[in-house]
Ligand binder design. Structure first.
Ligand code: OOG
Ligand code: NI
Length: 454
């Protein structure tokens, strides 16, 4: 019997290979990785409680390797092929993001591991967008773009062969996995030779800079690779000192005692020299980004986040107070602290047992006794409003098209050839399963029924 190389190991190989490739393609990425490494080490040193908590929750190991990337695809066939490629690495489509609301003609999902053990091993994720030519007003241009896209093949023959092998065998051997990773990498590489002439490129830019980025090249070059920091404010402040110029505003929630969801900032990385069928030109495609991840919110917590953010943005748009002030003011009412958020059902936790406890009356009592520990679950996904801000900052603020909200999850899933998983269900399952296991270990099964997460 053949033994297969574990998908988690394939994913780790791949994310490392991708990081190495991006470091040579975009030198500022290397600077950023070093900066994040320094800030994370300093943060852990200055906060022994945080260090102890992350270690106990088995979260320290993943931190140094943790990255997300982003790609933009042109056709339904490309999306379904990429789904099969990521499945070999144990990454599955989670969540649906409609970016048309923000004037960006794409809809997206995140390919990521879904099992708790896989996430702890290496949570590598790729924010994957599919171009929506149906939203392009100039139908002749949309048709031309479709024709151009229909001619490209974004996955090498070697990668396709390994995907098929993995599907028919049920996995890859170690040497097949190495071949697969080397071949898969080619899909995401930058190509300076455009597939279109300068005139076509300019027409596409005219319709939307993003359309030009997707249609003019041989494949879906990885457009950023983002490390996770424990202190985004410190990184943001330090970036200019290392020659990096971040966007003005950090997307997402404000700084809090207990971080929630996701805070992100980005910077323009490169103006690329491009050859448009013999003619020299340039294009901006790749950028840098950093993020800080906090606890995942329940549907109740998320609804509160969405309305609070909306209020902050409405206030900021009046132009009377700086954005940061409006954000902090709006979020002042949002319960802070892990335990308080847990009691109010605002955030998702993962439970574990420590020691033993006499028969208890409630989960809260067990937690107070120290026998039951509630670790905050890391938010593993993305935020549509933040993603829109990231797209806009690197596409150029002048690039504004007004598409109206036009979610079409059915069309996306048809293109994908699969359903996307609901992220809330994943967090709820980890919470419920861990609680059942911990209560069973503590001999407190009478508390299980009372406490199922919604
Ligand atoms: C993706 C932008 C979204 C994030 O972290 O929210 C994103 C893109 O520009 O293709 O990466
Ligand atoms: Ni990103």
């Amino acid at each position: 019997m053949t033994s297969f190389f574990h998908p988690d190991d394939i994913r780790s190989l791949f994310s490392q290979a991708m990081s190495d490739m991006y470091r040579t393609e975009v030198p500022q990425y290397g600077t950023l990785i070093d900066l994040v490494h320094d800030v994370n080490a300093a943060t852990l040193k200055a906060d022994p409680d945080l260090h102890a908590r992350l270690k106990a929750a088995d979260e320290l190991d993943r931190l140094d390797v943790e990255r997300h990337g982003a790609i933009r695809l042109g056709t339904p066939e490309e999306l379904s092929l990429i789904r099969r490629m990521f499945a070999v690495m144990g990454m599955y489509p989670v969540g649906y993001y409609d970016l048309s609301v923000a004037g960006i003609p794409v809809h997206s999902t995140a390919f990521r591991p879904v099992e708790d053990a896989a996430l702890k091993r290496n949570p590598f994720r790729v924010f994957t967008s599919l171009l929506r030519l149906d939203l392009v007003e100039d139908r002749a241009l949309a048709a031309k773009a479709e024709t151009i896209l229909s001619k490209r093949q974004i996955v090498t023959d070697g990668a396709l062969e390994m995907i098929q092998t993995a599907e028919s065998q049920g996995g890859l051997t170690k040497s097949q996995a190495v071949t697969f990773v080397n071949q898969a990498l080619e899909t995401f590489r930058w190509h300076a030779e455009a597939t279109v002439d300068a005139q076509t490129y300019n027409d596409l830019v005219e319709a939307h800079r993003l359309i030009a980025d997707v249609v003019s090249f041989k494949g879906p070059h990885i457009n950023h690779l983002t490390p996770r920091t424990l202190d985004i404010d410190a990184v943001q402040a330090e970036m200019p000192k290392r020659g990096i110029d971040p966007k003005a505003v950090i997307e997402g929630p404000p700084r809090r005692t207990a971080d929630i969801l996701l805070r992100q900032t980005s910077f323009k990385a490169l103006e690329e020299q491009v050859i448009f069928q013999g003619e020299a030109g340039h294009h901006t495609a790749r950028f840098g980004e950093i993020e800080q991840r906090g606890v995942a919110l329940t549907p109740k917590g998320r609804a509160l986040y969405d309305t609070t953010l909306k209020a902050a943005r409405a206030e900021a748009s009046k132009g009377e107070a700086p954005y940061d002030t409006c954000l902090n003011t709006a979020f002042a009412d949002f319960t802070d602290g892990h335990d308080a958020m847990r009691r109010e059902g605002l955030a998702f936790f993962q439970y574990r047992a420590e020691g033993t406890a006499p028969q208890a009356d409630s989960i809260d009592d067990l937690i107070a006794s120290g026998a039951l520990i509630a670790d905050p679950q890391v938010y593993e996904d993305f935020l549509p409003v933040s993603a829109a801000g990231i797209f806009q900052s690197n596409l150029g603020a002048d690039d504004h098209s007004n598409y109206s909200a036009n979610a079409n999850q059915d069309a996306f899933e048809t293109a994908l050839g699969a359903k996307v998983t609901d992220e809330m269900a994943l967090y709820a399952r980890i919470q419920n399963d861990s609680l059942t296991e911990a209560l069973t270990a503590l001999g407190q099964t009478h508390l299980i029924a009372k406490t199922k997460a919604a």
